[in-house]
Structures are given as C-alpha cells and as structure tokens.
Design a protein around this ligand. Structure first.
Ligand code: ATR
Length: 483
C-alpha cells in the first residue's frame, strides 16, 4: 500500500491533500500532532470524511513528531480519537496503556507498534520485529541507515522474517530511499509518502505511483538503478522508468546512494539487481568488480554502465558514445579534423579518447598543465595551459569539460574568439546556456549541448539494460532549472 502522510494543520487542509493525491494512494496516515490544537479534537471525525483507510498517529517530538504537550494529554487524545473509524493506530513500542489498546481491540482497529531510530539501524531489529509480531501487533521499524551495510540489514528482513506477514520497515534519509521505493522487496506492508515538502529520501506520492510504480513491483520485477553520492536528484530515473513503462518491461530504476562500492555489490547480489548506472564518485571504483569491460572503459579507466550477465558483471561507458554520437558524421566527413578540449579531468578523459579514436587531432588545455600533459601523453594529444586558449582559434571543434560556468557566470576561456566555422560543445547542462555558450551563439558557431549528451548516454544505457531501443515517441520531460 502507498500511504500518504497527512501533515496539514487543519482537517480541511488534509482533505485537500487526500483529494489531490487520491489517484496515487491506498491509505492515509493522519498525523494528529501536526494539526493545530483546536483541530486535534476533530481527529475522530476524519475517517468518515474520506473513503480510504486511515492510520491514527500522534507522534511526540522525541520520535520526530510535533506533539509537545504531556504524555498524559497524548494518551487522552489518542483514546478520544479512537472513537473514529480508523483502520490502524500507531503506538510507540514504549507506550503501554491498557485502556488505549483495549479500545483499539474493541473497535477492531489494528495496532501498529512502532520504533523510531534516527541514529542508525537498531542491533536488535530482527528480534524486535519478532517480539512485536508475537503479540499480534504489526511491527513498524523506522530507522536511519548510515550506509549500504545498514541497507543490507534492512533488505534481509524479507527473507529472514518471512513468517511475519504484516510488518512495516522504513529506511529514512538518503541511504534509506531504496527501502521506500522497494518496500515490497523488503516485505513491508506499506510505504510512506508525502505530498510535498519532502525531507531527504522521501518520495512524493505521485512519483511513487507513476514514476516508480512501487505498488506494482513483484517477484519478477527487474531492479536497475544509479549508484553515486550524492545521487538523489539524478535525472536518470526520469529517463529509464518511463521508457520501461512504455515498452511494458517489468522493471524499476531508482537512485542508490552508495558509500562503499564493495558493500553495494553485496546488496546487488541480495536484491538480484540486473544492472546499474554509475556516477561520481564511483566510476573508477567499480572497475575491480567487473568480469568484462569494453575497450573504452579500459582506455578511459572509468565505467558508467554495468549489467549483470549469468556469471559476471559487465561494464561499458555510454558517456563515451553519448558524447561522440552528434559528432560522428562530422568526423567521418572530415568537417571536424581538430579539437580544443578544455579541462583534463574525468569527463575530459572520455572526450579525448573518443576524439582520438576517431582520428581527430586534439589539444588539451587545463589550469593544471601537468594534468593536461599526462592525459596528452596517454592519448597522443598535445597539452597547453588554459591561459593560451586563444592560440588555438583555428580548430574545428571546442569541447568544454570543466565545471567552470556551472554555478557561475564564469567563462573558462574568456579570451577565445568564436566564429561561425566553430562547432562548440559544452558538457555542462545546467544552465543550458553558459556564458561561453552565449558567446559562441552570438558568433554564429554551431552549438552542441550537454543535455543532449546526457539523454543520448541514457538511451544507450536503456538499450544495455532492456535490450530495446529507447522508444522514439516518448518525450522526456525534465525541467533543467529545477532541483
Ligand atoms: P570531471 O570528472 O567533471 O571532469 P574533475 O576530474 O574534478 O571533474 O575535473 C575537473 C576539471 O575542471 C579539471 O580540468 C579542472 O582543472 P584542474 O585540473 O586544473 O583542477 C577543471 N577546473 C575546475 N575548476 C576550475 C577553475 N576554477 N578554473 C579552471 N579549471 C577548473
């Protein structure tokens, strides 16, 4: 079940939230602690006002809620609210009040017995679940995983505690996000969503239902994802999930925040992950785990796409192909014979190798000349200082690979004069027009954009994952100015 957490300050506000999210959800949780004092008394009316099951919760501050009055008042409020036809009531595992439990039982309101841990995953988590379940209550454990190792513990719940039919397990924070999206793979009865104002790791009800289709995930659903750190705001799920859905491929693609690549490969085995994208900072760290790599991965020393074969993991680099795709024809027709590559970091490595493999002459300019020289030596290119950019205005192609201009109006090659014969390729995709690109456009140069490379490399990953071309008719919608 997809559960919408209602944290409005009035009953009316919450009814609006139910209405706008109705299509995405199966159940709601009324957070009475979030209602203002006057409205809290109306909690018992709430279930009758909606046609979805509701969970009654009054969370105190020590458990991440807003209820600040005494425990006595909280108990009284709980007891009163139980007059309403709630389907469940959430009681913390240290709350022992016979009259509340009795009333819930009489009214056939199921008890969710919850434990919150904002520091990590409790050592006794399995024991705790079993203990609560043995009393006929539904255990709910909300934890804050601190890394992939904790995530492994959580995902083991499904198999280890298969005998506990109804349980709720939630991982909070960015490491915990996969437990929310893959709540069925963790064996959780439900997953909690919000409408907006999402805290780190939370997923909106709309995305949970429409993008991830979390409630449709079953034993046959293939799992894909993107590993990185940070990775929560990656665009890749917005490319792959709609693609999978369009071709009716039973698969889900989600962000996976990874601290340790070694631990991730254990998780990948546990969850039988079918393939994954790799982003900063893990593009090199995955290499020792790959049983097969392509020539480009070996040359560049970095891999951004990994797929599972029967016996090993196989790595490719679609950044390489995504970058070169819009240039291939021009390179073939010798419209482009020489290039100036700005930067000598990780992105530049893929660019320089791709150009050199297509017999293009390359000059690498960089702030740190030593780094440029090292890459040039490997690739049989030429190196120079970024200060000398304007010496190379006779090249056909200029590729900008540094981060300069991403967050600022800076132009890494401000002295360089563009002209209409230049092809200018900016790898930064946010903003679409950097200061450098604005100058190139004003000089009537031909422009190539980082966003097109990003999408193209995503399409190629989609092929690697699903075996199908990305559906041409599908329009990818993401707002580059967002996040
Ligand atoms: P990426 O994988 O995105 O290429 P990277 O490996 O950290 O990231 O490389 C960053 C590139 O941006 C390098 O070429 C770096 O130049 P240095 O090697 O001289 O550090 C370049 N870069 C970053 N900040 C820069 C700045 N303020 N001015 C000029 N170049 C800069």
């Amino acid at each position: 079940m997809i559960c919408l957490v209602l944290s409005g300050s009035t009953i009316e506000e919450n009814l609006k939230l139910v209405e706008t999210n109705y299509r995405y959800i199966d159940i709601v949780e009324l957070r009475v602690d979030k209602l203002n004092a006057e409205q809290q008394k109306r909690a018992k009316e709430f279930p009758a006002l909606i046609d979805l099951p509701a969970i009654l919760t009054i969370r105190r501050q020590s458990d991440g809620g807003s209820f600040s009055s005494s425990e006595k008042n909280r108990h009284a409020l709980l007891e009163e609210a139980l007059d309403g036809d709630f389907a469940y009531v959430d009681l913390e595992d240290d709350l022992k009040k016979v009259s509340i439990e009795q009333k819930a039982k009489e009214k056939n309101i199921k008890i969710i017995r919850s434990r919150h841990d904002f520091k990590g995953v409790p050592d006794d988590i399995f024991h705790l679940i079993l203990k609560i379940a043995s009393k006929g209550e539904i255990p709910k454990i909300a934890t804050m995983p601190q890394g992939v190792d904790d995530l492994i513990t959580l995902f083991r719940v499904k198999e280890e505690l298969a005998q506990v039919e109804n349980k709720i397990v939630v991982g909070m924070g960015e490491y915990g996000q996969p437990t929310r999206i893959l709540y069925k793979k963790i064996g959780s009865l439900l997953t909690y969503c919000s409408s907006d104002n999402l805290s780190l790791g939370q997923v909106s009800a709309k995305r949970m239902k429409e993008l991830y289709r979390a409630d449709k995930i079953d034993d046959n659903t293939r799992i894909y994802g993107i590993i990185g750190n940070p990775v929560i705001h990656s665009f890749s799920p917005l490319i792959h999930n709609p693609g999978f859905q369009f071709i009716k491929f039973n698969a889900v693609y989600l962000p996976l925040t990874v601290d340790s690549v070694r631990s991730f490969f254990i998780l990948a085995q546990l969850l039988q992950i079918s393939g994954f994208s790799v982003t900063v900072p893990h593009k090199q760290a995955v290499l020792p785990y790959l049983g097969k790599i392509t020539r480009e991965v070996k040359q560049i020393g970095s891999c951004n796409t990994v797929v599972r074969t029967k016996t090993f993991w196989s790595g490719t680099n679609t950044d390489y192909y995504g970058f070169i795709a819009p240039l291939e024809q021009m390179l073939e027709e010798k419209r482009i014979k020489s290039a100036l590559v700005v930067g000598a970091g990780g992105a530049a490595r893929a660019v320089v190798w791709a150009l050199r493999n297509h017999r293009c002459k390359v000059v690498i300019i960089n702030r740190n000349l030593e780094r440029a020289k090292n890459l040039a030596a490997e690739t049989m290119a030429t190196a120079d200082s970024i200060k000398n950019a304007s010496l190379y205005e006779d090249v056909d192609l200029i590729v900008q690979t540094t981060s300069v201009g991403m967050m600022s109006e800076e132009d890494p090659i401000a002295d360089f004069n563009f002209n209409e014969n230049h092809v200018v390729y900016e790898l930064i995709y946010r903003p679409k027009y950097t200061t450098m690109m604005k100058r190139a456009k004003a000089a009537n140069a031909s422009l190539l954009f980082g966003i097109d490379m990003l999408i193209k490399q995503g399409f190629l990953q989609f092929e690697a994952f699903s075996g199908y071309h990305y559906p041409k008719r599908l329009k990818i919608e993401f707002d580059l100015e967002e996040d």
